[in-house]
Design a protein around this ligand. Structure first.
Ligand SMILES: [Zn+2]
Length: 229
């Protein structure tokens, strides 16, 4: 992709200036803080070399993503970062309530997406083989993480000497201490992580004792060939 033109840079600076000055109050409050988080990180970890992105409170392309950094924006400009608005509103299933903790979580999503912006605009790599979360992402995350005093992460592929570390695809929230989000961030257990007790209760409610006794006979027969079904 070609270098940013002066027009690209001026447009993105003007977009930010508009948001900070003219946006509706809810958007202005959150985007002002988010642009400040972005600017502080730009100064600390990117030598102020990055150009402010088109920063939107808007849904990413996939339901499970918290944020997204697109090399080409939805209207054809460059570097659009989307932060899912339900994270800030406190209506996302992983966010218990709006406020300081939810804001911190959204700020962290932006730090993550800023690394993708740096990959795309400065390095010119997309690390497609790792869905963006390869060695360049990992190393940048770990450099920032060391300064923040949070845990180290690996690439999105679980292999090698750091395979037991969390994946940088979930950085930085996977590396933050649990109290960092003030109790606002909580991922409910998925069905496959339910305890045996909870799974048994669900089955008992659904099928009743007669079906489950027969199921037990069949299950035991399946693992022990000496028992006749
Ligand atoms: Zn990512």
């Amino acid at each position: 992709m070609s270098r940013l033109s002066d027009t690209d840079v001026a447009h993105r600076e003007a977009f930010r200036a508009y948001v900070l000055d003219q946006a509706e109050p809810w958007h202005r409050r959150h985007l002002t803080r988010l642009y400040q988080v972005w600017e502080d990180a730009n100064a600390k970890w990117y030598d102020s070399a990055l150009v402010p992105p088109i920063l939107l409170l808007a849904e990413p392309g996939e339901p499970k993503r918290y944020g997204q950094c697109s090399a080409v924006s939805s209207y054809g400009a460059r570097s659009e970062i989307r932060i899912r608005p339900s994270l800030l509103a406190g209506t996302h299933p992983h966010i218990r309530h709006p406020g300081e903790g939810a804001d911190r979580f959204a700020d962290d999503v932006l730090l993550h997406e800023q690394i993708h912006q740096w990959q795309q605009e400065t390095l010119g790599v997309d690390e497609d083989g790792w869905h963006g979360h390869g060695p360049t992402f990992r190393d940048q995350a770990n450099q920032i993480g060391a300064a923040l005093g949070i845990a180290a992460v690996r690439t999105s592929k679980r292999r090698g000497p750091d395979k037991d570390l969390p994946s940088c695809a979930q950085w930085p929230h996977c590396a933050r201490p649990p109290d960092h989000y003030l109790g606002a961030y909580h991922v409910p257990a998925s069905r496959d992580r339910l305890s045996v007790e909870a799974a048994a209760q669900t089955l008992a409610r659904k099928h009743g004792a007669r079906v489950l006794r027969r199921a037990l006979e069949l299950a035991e027969a399946a693992v022990d060939p000496k028992v006749e079904p």
